[in-house]
Design a binder for this molecule. Structure first.
Ligand SMILES: Nc1ncnc2c1ncn2[C@@H]1O[C@H](COP(=O)(O)OP(=O)(O)OP(=O)(O)O)[C@@H](O)[C@H]1O
Length: 365
């Protein structure tokens, strides 16, 4: 990064990455009854999303990386340097907080210049760097505006510029889009994706929105109850969820059982017929849209995956109705509103649920 904040300009002869470059951490944090213990590695240029339910420990992990909570154990190395004992203000780390935390009394320019100033840059230099960053973010025309005059999306970009203007080797983003309304979110998500793609160091973002994670990150690390339960590329996680939480996020019915060829036995429950030929512990997943419901047992149906169920709940999702079923197999089914009305579905109604083997997906557990 140059002093003006222009990155990737003098990159004609980039230095070869060293094996120790990037993030190498094991974050152990004890907080009363809660323990976080997650290993986190990332190469320069990689965007990693920490995804997980409320209280999983995502923010604690981010705060530990920033140095705002001490590690009880583990290690934290960035580009080969130990950071465990480095105070937050001396870490080469930029943070974008959920509500941006812009200084209300400072202009956009001075908000961005604040970062370099804190790191010892002279005023003129810090402001020049800030101006270059605002320009890059398409905000040159708003340099003199105070935060209250900025839209949510503009404020988000100022916060991002402020974090990037210090030339961080680790960029941390805490729920970067959570403060925005749905329409702005779409646009800001696309912009943020572009800026993250250009960022040559490590970026870690925390979110509980699967879409943000899938769109923005190269790799997802899913945390539940203080531990990593699954990590991988967005497509792999969406296709092969390994916990109920992830399956729900990506909208799949998920079961665990033992495969014998094309049959997967689910503990004491029923069996599911799949197209995959597997043996041993497996997961089976299928989308709610793959489920067909019948008011009575379908006569002459060749479907092997046919279960007697009962409607536990109904919820409308756009032009679809999500039906929660209990019975031989607990599952979610998506129907059109018309189909739900024709079946006269209501809580407690008995139904038969069918899924074709070709619509299921089995993979080793
Ligand atoms: N200052 C604190 N002192 C003690 N326990 C805390 C403190 N802050 C958080 N915790 C606990 O640590 C656990 C993890 O919280 P954390 O905020 O990291 O989760 P999260 O995944 O970011 O959740 P959310 O999505 O709700 O922000 C929770 O059980 C929480 O109650």
């Amino acid at each position: 990064m140059t002093d003006t904040g222009e990155r990737k300009t003098a990159m004609d002869a980039p230095e070869a990455p060293r094996p120790e470059d990037g993030l190498d951490a094991r974050l152990v944090v004890d907080r009363d009854t809660f323990r976080l213990d997650v290993a986190l590695t990332a190469a320069p240029g990689e965007v990693v999303a920490l995804l997980g339910p409320n209280g999983a420990g995502k923010t604690t992990a981010l705060r530990a990386l920033a140095g705002l909570v001490p590690l009880s154990g583990g290690h934290l190395r960035l580009d080969g340097a130990e950071l465990d004992r480095t105070p937050p203000e001396s870490r080469p780390v930029g943070v974008v907080f959920q509500d941006y935390l812009l200084f209300p009394h400072l202009t956009a320019l001075d908000n961005v210049a604040f970062g370099p100033r804190c790191r010892g840059a002279r005023k003129a230099e810090a402001r020049a760097r800030a101006a270059a960053w605002l320009d890059r973010m398409g905000l040159a025309g708003h340099a003199g505006a105070k935060p209250r005059r900025l839209s949510g999306g503009q404020a988000q970009r100022v916060a991002l510029a402020r974090a990037l203007a210090t030339g961080p080797r680790l960029l941390l983003l805490d729920e970067p889009l959570a403060a925005l309304d749905a329409r702005t979110r779409l646009e800001v998500r696309a912009q943020l994706r572009r800026h993250l793609a250009e960022f040559e160091a490590v970026a870690v973002l925390v979110t509980h929105d699967p879409l943000d994670a899938m769109v923005l990150a190269d790799r997802l690390v899913v945390i539940e109850d203080g531990a990593v339960v699954q990590e991988g590329g967005p497509a792999d996680i969406a296709r092969r969820p390994r916990t109920d939480y992830i399956a729900q996020l990506v909208g799949l019915n998920l079961y665990r059982g033992r495969a014998e060829g094309h049959t997967v036995r689910l503990g004491t429950g029923p069996a599911i017929t799949t197209t995959e030929d597997l043996a041993g512990p497996v997961f089976v997943a299928f989308p709610p849209s793959a489920v067909t419901l019948y008011g009575a047992r379908p006569a002459g149906s060749s479907a092997r995956n046919l279960w007697r169920c009962e409607v536990a709940g109904l919820e409308s999702h756009g032009d679809q109705i999500r039906v929660d079923l209990t019975g031989e197999l607990a599952l979610a089914a998506d129907l059109t509103t018309v189909a739900a009305a024709e079946l006269g579905l209501h809580p407690g109604a008995p139904v038969w649920a069918a899924v074709k083997a070709t619509q299921t997906h089995a993979y080793p557990a």
